[in-house]
Design a protein around this ligand. Structure first.
Ligand code: NAD
Length: 462
């Protein structure tokens, strides 16, 4: 099939490459000419396992092209996927300006029936707004081409996006009205290869499909904040959250997935989607009390390691050097959006610390976003450096802080780690190690929900 993907970011690029791999002829559009130039020179703007090979292969076969040409992109695809960003507005609502701009372009240039697919995460009712925007443009042109707007939210996880897209747990397709019937058939054809072993597609009305995506992310964020709150209590009562996790995860009604305590969730989805859903509820006069708590627990959790560090090393960290391993919001991605490492590093620098940071793939982006986070604080900027190996971060540091569970951090040589640090002290925001093992090696170790820092104290505001 001929399809167009509007927005060549994490979701659009993976969607386009995967559909091309399955034999479709895919046109990827983006307004960012630097990104398109990069892609056309064979380079990737994002780190995603397996994506480079997929793109090399499908570009060579001629089934995948990248362009900034809007008119050509509308002409190309019978199915037009909108996969642009939906960042938060100041009030927490989803900013739909990119989605509606994409819709406007479709209406402006279409010359025949189009299936328009909302793949971006958008609030309930957006498909109607997309439809109205296309209709407005057609009316302006005095044209009456048919179209149908379908909701097809994306559930891929960054870091495993290709695998998730190719082997989805479910495919949700929301469609309405008569034109929607034809659109649904087109979508069924497009997704047929994913349903070979069993039917994974769920068909529903548009509003339910839009809502499903938000409800899924809200549920996942809730599990994380719940476990973080339990972990903080475990610290106080002397329980080990890892034992508790195994103890409750074995219940099939609970399950083991997504039950890890840590330094808080980040990324481009959970924080903004939780906020957008609360905003939608607010518009209908409802308060989502659980999500309010989920968000506030997460905000506090992002600062928890700072509290543990200052409880151990003192409120003022001038003269202290801290090594930070892991900057991206999760492993296998270079995405720094809402990464908890940013909150931690800024707080440490503001307390006077020197920070040496390392990440296997997110260094460039981390450097860019942290310099922006600290744009009014040149003195803090000067105390932040990025080193090229995880070992280099350690030399002479007063402590190691772990913020992302990259595989490469999971089994370090603990003798070397101990010798490299000035003081054998580790703060682990991802519970990578066993407290007993660390104790055997003579390393003082503080993680999440695995034992409180002695004389634990809450830091004053920075
Ligand atoms: P992104 O910021 O990585 O990419 C969006 C791209 O759209 C950018 O390259 C931007 O230049 C481009 N763009 C903006 N306006 C455009 C226009 N009018 N025409 C063409 N291109 C345009 O965003 P993302 O992470 O890929 O997310 C896209 C959507 O998918 C969001 O709604 C997000 O919530 C949702 N989503 C993201 C993930 C994820 O893990 N990143 C997972 C599921 C769903």
């Amino acid at each position: 099939m001929k399809i167009t993907i509007i927005g060549t970011g994490y979701v659009g690029l993976v969607t386009g490459a995967c559909f091309a791999e399955l034999g479709n002829n895919v046109f990827c559009l983006d307004v960012d000419s630097r990104k398109i130039e990069m892609l056309n020179s064979g380079k990737l703007p994002i780190h995603e396992p397996g994506l480079q090979e997929l793109i090399d292969r499908t570009r060579t076969s001629g089934r995948l092209q990248f362009s900034t040409q809007i008119e050509a992109s509308v002409a190309h695809g019978d199915v037009q996927f909108i996969a642009v960003g939906t960042p938060p507005n100041k009030d927490g609502s989803a900013d739909l300006r990119y989605v509606l701009a994409a819709a406007r372009n479709i209406g402006r240039y279409m010359r025949g029936f189009k299936v328009i697919v909302d793949k971006s995460t958008v609030p309930v009712g957006t498909a109607e707004r997309v439809g109205a925007t296309v209709a407005e443009e057609l009316a302006r042109r005095k044209m009456s081409y048919g179209f149908s707007v379908v909701s097809n939210p994306e559930f891929l996880k960054e870091g495993a996006a290709v695998e998730d897209f190719m082997r989805p747990d479910r495919i949700v397709i929301g469609s309405d009205n008569k034109a929607g019937k034809y659109a649904r058939e087109q979508m069924r054809r497009l997704y047929k290869p994913f349903n070979r072993s069993h039917e994974r597609t769920m068909y529903m009305d548009v509003r339910s499909a839009e809502f499903t995506k938000y409800a899924a992310n809200a549920m996942l964020a809730t599990r994380i904040s719940f476990m973080n709150e339990m972990a903080n209590l475990a610290d106080q009562v002397g329980a080990d959250i890892e034992s508790v996790r195994r103890g409750i995860g074995s219940d099939p009604r609970i399950g083991y997935s997504f039950l890890y305590a840590g330094a808080g969730y980040g990324g481009s989805c959970f924080p903004k989607d939780v906020q957008a859903l609360m905003h939608t509820a607010d518009e209908y006069g409802q308060t989502l009390k659980i999500l309010e708590a989920v968000e506030s627990v997460n905000e506090a959790q992002k600062s928890l390691l700072v509290s543990k560090i200052t409880a151990r090393l003192g409120q003022y960290l001038t003269g202290r050097t801290l090594a930070v391993w892991g900057l991206s919001f999760k492993p296998n991605t270079n995405d720094m959006r809402e990464a908890p490492s940013r909150t931690l590093i800024v707080a440490l620098l503001r307390r006077g610390a020197t920070v040496r940071a390392y990440d296997p793939v997110a260094m460039q982006r981390a450097q860019r976003v942290l310099m922006l986070d600290l744009c009014d604080e040149p003195q803090a900027q000067a105390r932040l450096s990025f080193v090229s190996t995880q070992a280099e971060a350690l030399y002479g540091a007063d402590a190691l802080v772990i913020m992302t569970e990259w595989k490469t951090f999971k089994s370090p040589d603990l003798d070397v780690l101990k010798r490299s640090l000035k003081v054998p002290l580790v703060f682990d925001g991802r519970n990578l190690y066993e407290p007993d093992t660390m104790a055997e090696f003579g390393i003082e170790y503080y993680a999440i929900g695995r034992g409180a820092v002695p004389a634990y104290s809450v830091p004053s505001e920075v």
